[in-house]
Design a protein around this ligand. Structure first.
Ligand SMILES: Nc1nc2c(ncn2[C@@H]2O[C@H](COP(=O)(O)OP(=O)(O)OP(=O)(O)O)[C@@H](O)[C@H]2O)c(=O)[nH]1
Ligand SMILES: [Mg+2]
Length: 267
């Protein structure tokens, strides 16, 4: 992780007077040392977070074991997500009002590029992605630095995922693969390593969960390499799970993104 000095520059205060960006703090004593950067391949973790107070500190500390810096984009959370992320050693950008996971990822990519990072490792803030799976992804990215690396979730049969969610994932996989012109196992995974400059150049418009589908379609169509690695994920018991994904509305948004892309392709 970066040292305690702010790498975010001197942010202008927001309209309500509060600082929009919180500088990173030094990691807590006893925290593992951050890995040394590799020349030309600087990976920062990018964590979109909406009301993740219960999990965010562990996510930040886990990511910091593998990435030299952790950036959390707190997207209008009403809980202590931002404070806890900062206390765990992350740099925090805050959107005062919720703008969506895609908007948060875009803000984070722009910020990390400005800070000199070449790659952003997106990790969900709700603890579903395992830090033990990060190193394999980073190694894959080092071997193919121009590629987008996808962590395809291996969901074990005993991990309870609502049938509607499974259906939504399968449905989205089919549509996104069609639009991308090649098959993908898991188009909805949020566990990805983005080559930042190339991804920002795609001009992705989506603001919510469709962001990840649009990135994949445009990246495939523009010839950006895409590597996939199977990864284990953690699914807490349904009662403890916090999801912001609306299986109907968000799946519809993905379909609209895909269909409008296909229509543009034909005209
Ligand atoms: N910044 C930001 N993050 C979001 C927003 N919506 C969701 N997230 C984060 O994106 C990650 C994934 O969101 P989830 O709601 O868990 O979606 P999911 O993992 O695809 O769905 P589940 O399998 O049901 O958990 C989590 O870390 C959320 O905190 C948002 O509007 N803004
Ligand atoms: Mg989740």
């Amino acid at each position: 992780m970066s040292n305690g000095s702010t790498s975010a520059g001197s942010p202008a205060p927001s309209r309500n007077g509060s600082a929009p960006h919180a500088a990173p703090r030094a990691p807590e004593e006893g925290a593992p040392l951050a890995p040394a950067p590799v020349a030309g391949h600087r990976v920062a973790a990018l964590v979109p977070a909406l009301d993740c107070a219960r999990t965010i500190a562990d996510v930040v500390r886990g990511a910091a074991q593998h990435c030299e810096h952790v950036l959390v984009v707190d997207d209008g959370s009403t809980d202590a997500t931002a404070r806890l992320a900062q206390a765990a050693g992350a740099e925090v950008i805050r959107h005062e009002a919720n703008r969506g996971k895609g908007a948060a990822l875009r803000s984070g990519l722009v910020r990390l590029l400005a800070e000199g990072f070449t790659h952003a490792f997106s990790v969900d803030g709700d603890g579903q992605h395992l830090s033990s799976e990060m190193q394999g992804m980073i190694d894959a990215s080092r071997s193919a630095p121009d590629a987008l690396v996808l962590g395809a979730r291996r969901i074990a049969p005993e991990q309870e995922v609502a049938p509607i969610k499974r259906f939504g994932n399968d449905f989205a996989n089919w549509w996104v693969s069609l639009a991308a012109g090649r098959d993908f196992r898991d188009t909805q995974t949020g566990f990805r390593i983005y080559p930042i400059a190339a991804i920002l150049n795609l001009g992705v418009q989506a603001e919510r969960y469709e962001f990840e589908s649009e990135v994949l379609i445009l990246a495939a169509r523009r010839g950006i390499g895409i590597e996939t690695r199977g990864v284990a994920v953690f699914y807490p018991p349904p009662a403890e799970r916090i999801s912001h994904y609306d299986p109907w509305l968000d799946t519809c948004r993905i379909i609209v993104t895909v269909v409008s892309f296909l229509v543009r392709l034909r005209t």
